[in-house]
Design a protein around this ligand. Structure first.
Ligand code: BGC
Length: 766
């Protein structure tokens, strides 16, 4: 619409009209599709455009520039007109975005539109749970829908590219960016990451309301040493291929348009200059056809890492490795031409990078529709979007403890309730990390939702008690104690403020921060039923509060609609059904602790483990009888991957296979019966795990290979069926090739990674 109006205005003048005929008509042919026979239409358009580009224009496409703080300065206008910018990030004012596009499209020589990038990580104005919370839903369709909603809201402001999904497998809750990840498991990550890609991009990137996705951070960032952000990673290639790369491969298979290179150093070669990752794996092995963008100044930082001596060398390495576009820093802009003149790089190398970018721009339909008309989009935060955010928050809730069935609370028998804690009524903090655009004004807090739910029949005694989750002051505690004493039940909203997780917000101590544990102890003394709802960006260690609570509901950072979702679960409108996408340690010293660990040569069991209290004084040092464990923490976590309680109980029985002997390359079907043995209708997330008993490289003790969410009435049973394809049994072996081996397998179906219902089969080579 924007463009049509301008053209209409222009063609009113006959002289301009004539000039337009002479000038624009051949121009309209610029991207004509005839010409080079036998080439795919997209490639033909790219080739046609490339043939017309100067070196400056090519290098321009490789530059991504941060927005200018609310306008378009003259220097930027000139750069856009000269074709020296390919993409802008962080502009969300639609008028400015349209004007930038207009300059790029109508005033630059070749009229190449811009990609407008933004971190739309878990919602735009309407905020979904943090990605780690979304992963606790184990619901790919809901995750897809959430990304679709985010795309629509973001696209209405002119954003056409998000830097999401973040699909860094991580097994370290100290790492602040675990909040942005989908947890510890390659399979769950792969399924949900691909669902996000589909949600952002739709089936056709050119469709209205879709935005390009960016799978990040390639690769291995989640293994940052000691969970300290930006830290070194050392990942053996076999582990990289079996654990960290599969989600990226799945994103590529799902058609992700772009990939972001990681900040981190991988085995001595920072990812942004890593040819193995971006040339060999991404392009040669996976045939990725989109493009790679650096992370923020990560090319420049190759020098800070000590891989290169200066910006020019950094540009040389990153280009060689296959980074198409440079975010924020300007080593390409400043040095590629010189490197070319010196003959150190070839024009073919530059062309290849630019073609990748143009291919995505064509795929996005940007040449046809560069402008944004906000009125063509559904309203921001409309009821449907709020409903999606509410369902995602609801399904993300994980019930960790429920002693004496203190939950759900029966509203009918309740006279009063104390609502306490720094996160009970904070619309901003509940949104979590990475919410540049999130609107705290529309957040519905737990306090407001509970008040609305219980109405005037129940007295609500609210005391914040602590200014923030980090506060050390105990000044508010007596007031909180008094409120608890005068109430029938107590709900305490604790956890972490949004800023305690996310990028560069790692923690070495992952207990509840500040004096929150002490607050719980004080409230527990009242003897009232005590329910802790924890809003946090990571798994926390909860040992020092377990004895002071009757129930713990883990809510992550639940986003805009956290309040009503939590209320529904607390009062039993809906049973909790979320399951942990990541293991919760007892103590931080156990990290990394994850379910898919290797067996080791000395595995610990209940019979063999001896705790610090059991070992005899002056016991002689000996290697026999010792097992892999910590004297003080044992060998198991506080809560395992896949765990989560319900208001009902489910039992698993009758596991059956299509056969106990399966020929190599053939699928095997696994069935089991799930029964709701309790008295509440509820969802259950049924999980399937395998173990490959003997491998050419050692295999994990359990690997998730399937899951289904189903809903059962009390007393009802359902047979679930999974098909294990050969790919599900494959792994990267010693020679780093994906292989299927004959041999024995165990398979479990159950409600967590500690599922016990097991069957066995053998893959035969005949
Ligand atoms: C982060 C990326 C993000 C980029 C742009 C970087 O600091 O690592 O994940 O997309 O900034 O905001």
């Amino acid at each position: 619409m924007f463009r049509t109006n301008r053209i209409k205005r222009l063609v009113r003048s006959p002289a301009v009209f004539l000039m337009a005929l002479l000038f624009f008509l051949p121009g309209l042919n610029l991207y004509a599709t005839e010409g080079v026979p036998g080439m795919h239409e997209l490639d033909r358009r790219v080739a046609d455009l490339m043939a017309r580009m100067t070196l400056t224009e090519k290098i321009g496409q490789m530059a991504q520039v941060n927005a200018f703080g609310g306008g378009i300065p003259v220097a930027a206008q000139e750069a856009l007109t000269a074709g020296r910018i390919g993409s802008i990030l962080n502009e969300v004012n639609v008028n400015i975005v349209n004007e930038m596009q207009r300059i790029a499209v109508e005033e630059s020589r070749l009229g190449i539109p811009l990609m407008i990038g933004r971190d739309v990580i878990h919602g735009f104005k309407t905020v979904l749970p943090i990605p780690l919370g979304q992963a606790a839903t184990w619901n790919p369709e809901l995750v897809r829908k959430g990304a679709r909603m985010s795309a629509l809201e973001a696209a209405s402001t002119g954003i056409n590219w998000t830097f999401a999904p973040m699909i860094d497998v991580t097994r370290d809750p100290r790492w602040g960016r675990i909040a942005e990840s989908l947890g510890e498991d390659p399979y769950l990550h792969s399924v949900l990451g691909a669902a996000m890609v589909k949600g952002f991009q739709g089936d056709d990137l050119a469709e209205h309301g879709t935005i390009a996705a960016c799978a990040k951070h390639f690769a291995g960032y989640g293994a940052s040493e000691s969970g300290r952000d930006y830290n070194t990673t050392n990942i053996p290639e076999n582990e990289l291929r079996n654990v960290y790369l599969p989600p990226f491969h799945a994103a590529v298979e799902a058609g992700v348009a772009t990939i972001m290179a990681s900040f981190s150093d991988l085995d001595g070669i920072p990812a942004s200059g890593n040819r193995f990752l971006m040339r060999q794996v991404l392009r040669e092995e996976w045939g990725f056809e989109g493009f790679v963008v650096s992370d923020w100044a990560s090319i420049e930082q190759l020098t800070v890492h000590g891989l290169t001596a200066n910006d020019k060398e950094a540009a040389f390495e990153a280009l060689g490795a296959g980074v198409n576009m440079e975010m924020a820093s300007t080593t390409y802009t400043n040095h590629l031409e010189e490197l070319l003149q010196e003959g150190r790089i070839s024009i073919q190398q530059i062309d290849e990078m630019v073609e990748g970018i143009l291919r995505v721009k064509f795929r996005m339909g940007l040449f046809e529709n560069p402008y944004t008309d906000p009125s063509s989009y559904p309203a921001i935060s409309n009821p449907e979007h709020l409903a999606t955010a509410r369902l995602a928050a609801l399904q993300s809730l994980v019930l960790l403890e429920n002693r004496n069935k203190v939950l759900p609370i029966n509203k009918e028998t309740l006279g009063s309730i104390a609502i306490i804690g720094p996160l009970a009524d904070d619309g901003y903090e509940q949104m979590g990390t990475w919410v540049f655009d999130g609107d705290a004004g529309i957040s519905q807090t737990p306090l407001s939702a509970i008040r609305e739910f219980v109405g005037t029949d129940v007295r609500v005694n609210h005391v914040r008690a602590m200014e923030t989750s980090r506060s050390r002051s105990v000044d508010g505690f007596e007031k909180a104690r008094a409120a608890a004493e005068s109430s029938d039940a107590v709900i305490v909203f604790l956890g972490e403020e949004a800023i305690l997780s996310g990028e560069a917000h790692s923690r070495a101590d992952i207990d509840l921060p500040g004096n929150q544990a002490e607050l719980l102890r004080v409230l527990h003394e009242t003897g009232k039923p005590l329910i802790a709802v924890i809003l946090a960006g990571r798994p926390l260690t909860l040992e020092n509060v377990l004895d002071h609570t009757d129930a713990i509901l883990y809510a992550w950072h639940p986003g805009t609609m956290g309040g009503p979702a939590i209320t529904d679960v607390l009062f039993g409108v809906e049973s909790p059904a979320g399951k942990l996408p990541v293991t919760f340690p007892k103590m931080v010293g156990q990290v990394p602790i994850y379910y898919a660990h290797k067996h080791t040569g000395k595995p610990a069991t209940a019979d063999t483990f001896r705790s610090i209290d059991d070992i005899p004084v002056r016991m002689p040092q000996s290697s026999s009888g010792f097992v892999s464990s910590h004297l003080d923490a044992g060998y198991s976590p506080r809560y395992p991957f896949g765990y989560g309680l319900s208001y009902t109980e489910f039992s698993y029985s009758d596991i059956r296979l299509s056969g106990n002997r399966v020929a190599l390359g053939e699928p095997v079907t696994v069935k089991a019966v799930v029964t709701n043995t309790g008295d509440v209708e509820a969802d259950e997330i049924v999980q399937l795990y395998i173990r490959d008993l003997v491998g050419n490289v050692t295999r994990p003790v359990k690997e998730l290979k399937g899951f289904q969410r189903l809903r059962l009435q009390p007393g009802d049973s359902q047979t679930v069926e999974f098909v294990l394809e050969p790919d599900d049994l494959a792994f990267y072996g010693r020679d780093m090739k994906l292989i299927n081996e004959p041999g024995d397998f165990h398979v479990w179906i159950g409600g967590s990674s500690e599922a016990e219902l097991r069957a066995e089969f053998t893959v035969t080579s005949d």
